[in-house]
Structures are given as C-alpha cells and as structure tokens.
Ligand binder design. Structure first.
Ligand code: ADP
Length: 283
C-alpha cells in the first residue's frame, strides 16, 4: 500500500488547549477518506495542517511523502484544495480565475490553456468561461473551485464540506464528479456533515471529537463494531437507542418484550453511530 497522507501523534495547541490531540492515521493512495465530527472537533484544523496553512505544534505530518513543515512547497504542488475559506474571485471571469491559478503554479502555455479547457469542460463550465464568477450559481462556483484545484494536476484533493448549502440535484452532480475523479485514481479527503454523502462516497471514515480520532474504519467495520441492529424506544418525548450486534438480535429483543408500543427495529446507519459516539447535546 502506498501511503498518500500520514499523521503521527499530531497536536495543534492554541492557548494551551489541544484542538488536535494526538491524532494518528494514514490515507492510502487512491483512497476516498471521510473525516466526520461535530463542530469544533478539529477537522478544519487537521485539513489546514495537511494543506500547509498552519503548522502542527507537535508530531509528524506527511503528504505525498513530503513533510508539511520542511517540504512545504513540494506538498503544495501535489495537493488540490477546495476549502470554504479559499473561494473563487467573484469579480474575475471563470477563465481569469483559472488563468490566475495556472500562473501561480507556473504552468506554461500552451499546456496551461489546454488544462484550463480540459477541466472547465470536465465540470461543464465551458459555456460560462467569460462570465463573471459572481453571476454563477452556488453549484457552478463549487464546480469552478474543483476545476481550479485540479489545474496543476495534484495527486491528492482536499474537500472541506464540498456540498454544503447546495440543492439535492447539484449535490448529486458533485458526487458524480467526486466519485469519477476517485475512480481515475485521485486520493481524496473530504469533510462533511451529510452522513449519506459519506456512505455513498467514502471507502473509509474517521470520526473526530474534541481533537481526537474516536473511530476509524469502513462503514461495515464501524457497523460491526458498534452494532448492526438498532432498537428505538420512545420514552416520553425522547427516543432511546439500543445497539445490538446483529439485526436479528435486535428483533429477538423486541419479540421478547410484552409491551411493544412505541418501539421500532431497523439496521443501524452511520448517523446512528455518529450520534451515539459524539453525544446528543446540541451546540
Ligand atoms: P471543526 O472543523 O471540526 O469544526 P475546527 O478545527 O475549526 O473544528 O476547530 C477546533 C477548535 O479549535 C475549536 O474549538 C476552535 O475554536 C479552535 N480554533 C480553531 N482555530 C483557532 C485559532 N486560530 N485560534 C484559537 N482557537 C482556534
């Protein structure tokens, strides 16, 4: 297995508080990895360290085999980044945004124009190339961000909440693009709050809470660790969730109950596991 991303005992400490707290995990080349966690869990800080925007306080972080502190330029060359904060410039046209990024990455012409055309075509923005970005819809802007992130032909793409705020049709189109890029061999790390996005897209899932990785594995591994069968019980105006190793054990539990009112059995899903692990309190 070729390792594309590696974190080893990584800390990020702000004002003596570890917001990333002894984090260790690897992402294999070609893998689609989903990082989940409630707000404040440390996901963005982790992505910011992986993309060289902030330095780890302690620990080793390697991306494409390069150290994020000592080999920052090499790391930047091999990654594409689609973050919420780094958005496209609304006062430039679609093509100008691509051109600027291409120049910043020193891609010479005519290769630069060929790649701009190729990626605008890929995200279906060719007809919008001379439009000002501020006139585009949210979904088009996100597709432009992706095209721009791909221009310098990175090996790893980081996507921070790529479909937040988009309507379901647009979200599905982005899923197709993301899935297709991964099929072509692109390694990806994405964060999201949409569980179905992770279930649909990701090979492996890491769940963070309070700066720590509290669960790691495929969806099937997480389900078998935490329980594949779920009994949901109504208690007053609240719901209680009981996990069972298998669905048939959950069904047996129900069958043996005298009073079955307000009780339901179903297979567990990622959202059940996520809420179970990270708590039910609201922020
Ligand atoms: P997530 O992306 O999972 O919502 P973040 O990585 O954004 O979490 O934040 C994790 C914690 O780190 C939060 O409590 C946040 O307030 C804190 N934090 C993030 N950046 C800074 C900073 N520059 N200075 C101080 N605290 C920060």
């Amino acid at each position: 297995m070729t390792v594309a991303v590696s974190l080893e005992n990584v800390y990020k400490i702000y004002n003596q508080v570890p917001v990333v707290d002894n984090l260790s995990f690897d992402i294999a080349a070609g893998e689609m990895f989903g990082l989940l966690g409630p707000n404040g869990a440390g996901k963005s800080t982790t992505i910011r360290m992986l993309t060289t925007l902030t330095k780890p306080t302690q620990g080793n972080v390697e991306v494409c085999g390069y150290d994020v502190i000592r080999q920052r330029m090499q790391v930047k060359q091999c990654i594409g980044v689609v973050l919420q904060q780094i958005s496209v410039d609304g006062d430039l046209t679609v093509w100008e945004n691509m051109e600027l990024h291409g120049r910043l990455h020193h891609i010479p012409n005519p290769q630069r124009q060929r790649l701009i055309n190729q990626w605008l075509d890929y995200v279906e923005l060719t007809t919008k190339r001379n439009d000002l970005v501020k006139t585009l819809s949210g979904g088009m802007k996100r597709r432009l961000q992706i095209a721009r992130a791909l221009l310098h032909q990175p090996q790893i793409l980081f996507l921070d909440e790529p479909t937040v705020g988009l309507d379901p049709q647009t979200r599905r189109r982005l899923w197709e693009i993301i899935k297709d890029l991964n099929k072509q061999g692109m390694t990806m790390l994405l964060t999201t709050h949409y569980m179905e996005e992770v279930e649909y897209l990701c090979d492996r899932i890491g769940i963070m809470d309070n700066g720590k990785l509290i669960s790691l594995g495929t969806l099937q591994q997480l389900r078998s660790t935490h329980g594949e069968g779920l009994v949901i019980k109504q208690v007053g105006d609240r719901w209680e969730y009981l996990f069972f190793p298998t669905l048939s054990e959950a069904n047996n539990y129900l069958e043996n109950l005298q009073d079955k009112t307000g009780i339901m059995v179903r297979p567990s899903n990622l959202e059940d596991i996520f809420v179970e692990l990270t708590g039910r309190q609201l922020d």
